[in-house]
Ligand binder design. Structure first.
Ligand code: PXP
Length: 250
């Protein structure tokens, strides 16, 4: 069964827009995580950024204490956050690139360039009982390098596919090209023994096309679910995504 990880960063983004620097405030990302779980989400994803622009340290500790599914901590491979992950013990970390000026995680990791450092972190995390995923573009060299790090998972960046999909009809063939890249990438990863997640920019419109990609384990979806929650409620938003994912066959 294809699993859904709900990314709750955007709930914290809304809270920080009003209460930055405070120790409370609404909406509460932990309450959102619990509602997502109650609606059937298989895991919760949160990104503790170095600049703490949305999720705060207190959020990840409260998530660790309260959620009953799986905590997927998105993070940069930097000493401060690595140290927090060791103490926090999420079930899985997803290592992502971080650029301070980006609105959201814009590109995938350059695993080829950072193979040694990523391998070191991967080993340390695994020794602490934490699984490791690397967020990468569906690029052959990056997939091969990810396998060499010994990571259990990769998360394929679906942002380019989603971007092309959202363009006018004339751009649809480009979305088709991106889909083909994802399909080729997932097949290669699968043949190298990697488990494959996917995420970024996925929504109810582009999801049916994405489900043509085989061998997927989990989708991580944030912005569209939290956006839909404003109009239909979080429970309904999670349930409608799960309903779309129901007929996936790997
Ligand atoms: N996966 C990763 C690694 C991400 O960085 C993000 C964005 O925070 C997502 C999935 C979710 O993307 P979106 O919010 O566009 O659904």
């Amino acid at each position: 069964m294809l699993k859904l990880g709900v990314n709750i960063d955007h709930v914290a983004t809304l809270r920080e827009a009003r209460y930055r620097g405070g120790s409370t405030g609404e909406p509460d990302p932990v309450a959102a995580a619990l509602a997502a779980e109650a609606a059937g989400a298989h895991g919760i994803t949160a990104h503790l950024r170095e600049d703490r622009r949305h999720i705060q340290d207190r959020d990840v500790w409260a998530l660790r204490e309260k959620i009953t599914t799986r905590l997927n901590l998105e993070m940069a491979n930097v000493p401060e956050i690595v140290a927090i992950a060791f103490k926090l013990k999420p079930e899985i970390v997803c290592l992502v690139p971080e650029r301070r000026l980006e609105v959201t995680t814009e590109g995938g990791l350059d695993v080829v360039a950072a193979e040694t450092a990523l391998t070191e972190t991967r080993k340390k995390m695994n020794d602490a009982g934490i699984a490791v995923s690397l967020f990468i573009a569906p690029d052959e060299a990056q997939i091969a390098a990810s396998a060499r790090t010994g990571s259990q998972f990769i998360e394929l960046h679906t942002g380019k596919f989603a971007e092309e999909f959202s363009k006018a009809e004339s751009g649809k063939w480009k979305a088709e090209c991106e889909l083909e890249r994802l399909i080729a990438g997932v097949k290669l990863a699968h043949s190298l023994g990697l488990q494959v997640n996917a995420g970024h920019g996925l929504n109810c419109e582009n999801l049916p096309a994405l489900l043509r990609v085989p061998h997927l384990v989990e989708l991580n979806i944030g912005h569209s679910i939290i956006s839909r929650a404003v109009t239909v409620g979080l429970t309904a938003a999670v349930k409608e995504m799960l309903a779309l994912m129901k007929n996936y066959s790997a």
